[in-house]
Design a protein around this ligand. Sequence first.
Ligand SMILES: NC(=O)c1ccc[n+]([C@@H]2O[C@H](COP(=O)([O-])OP(=O)(O)OC[C@H]3O[C@@H](n4cnc5c(N)ncnc54)[C@H](OP(=O)(O)O)[C@@H]3O)[C@@H](O)[C@H]2O)c1
Length: 283
Amino acid sequence: MPILQPPVPQLPASLSFAEKTAIVTGANSGLGWASIIHLAQHHISTLILAAKATKAALLADPTVRALPTQPTILVYELDLSRPSSVASFASKVLAEIPTLNIVLLNAGMGDLNWVTTPETKTEQMFQINFLSNALLAVRLLPLLRGSAQKSNSTSYLCVFLVTMLVRELARRTDAAEVTVNSVCPGMVKTNFHAKQPLWLKVPIFFVNALRSRTPEAGARALVNAVSAGPQSHGEMLADFEVWENTFLDTEQGKKMEEKVWKETLAAADSFAPGSVEEANLRD
Ligand SMILES: NC(=O)c1ccc[n+]([C@@H]2O[C@H](COP(=O)([O-])OP(=O)(O)OC[C@H]3O[C@@H](n4cnc5c(N)ncnc54)[C@H](OP(=O)(O)O)[C@@H]3O)[C@@H](O)[C@H]2O)c1
């Protein structure tokens, strides 16, 4: 790992999300907030912020205020620690949004304390960073597929950092219809480490000062991922490039991936019965 991170390429000026609708989770801060600003600057038509962020806060941002056309902004509540909230969020999207082109599942947390979630008593980081995102991906996949057919353009589903899930989803999805990928934006200075213990915060502070990127730069990698083309299908992008994870092709990696996939489908079945069939993910 180089001490200093290379610069993230600029997004092409010609990149346009005109006529497109995107959901960004974790949109109220850090990488999520920076991503929605990039999407707005690249002509997105409708933004659904899954967060506590308010429409007013986004419209008050000077870069968004300066845009010649303002996107339509909807704010939907989502708490990934509660499967009931994930289910309500997905149902609201499916009922109210006729065409959905981009889903950027960015929300996540870095609190290392052992805390279990109120509804399922699952360890919170696992529930928030993995299970709830997996459930959202399964629930929203049919709408992304239908929207691709309707608008004759590829939809994008970008799930943060869960490469095994992304590979399995991609195997059961046509890249031309829905490109499924994952992205790592490198080290970015955000609130992500705010709840970590002091012994970890102190070194992170110094590492951040030395090598971390701004959210604006990190978010370019996220926005690139939701426009990266079919070569990113089933892959993880490190900045703008596909990152080869050789472990996943070993026997152990394959076994682990199979187990993750089976258990994820079982969880989706129990949280949202019928969702796996609806998303056409059963072999
Ligand atoms: N920063 C880095 O160096 C880095 C590197 C690689 C990957 N990432 C990934 O980037 C993503 C965004 O993180 P960030 O760095 O931008 O940190 P951040 O500023 O802390 O943003 C995290 C976002 O996730 C939301 N979130 C957390 N728990 C949630 C929950 N239970 N339900 C709904 N939303 C929830 C937060 O909302 P609240 O503010 O309301 O809690 C916030 O909007 C994370 O998935 C992280 O794993 C970060």
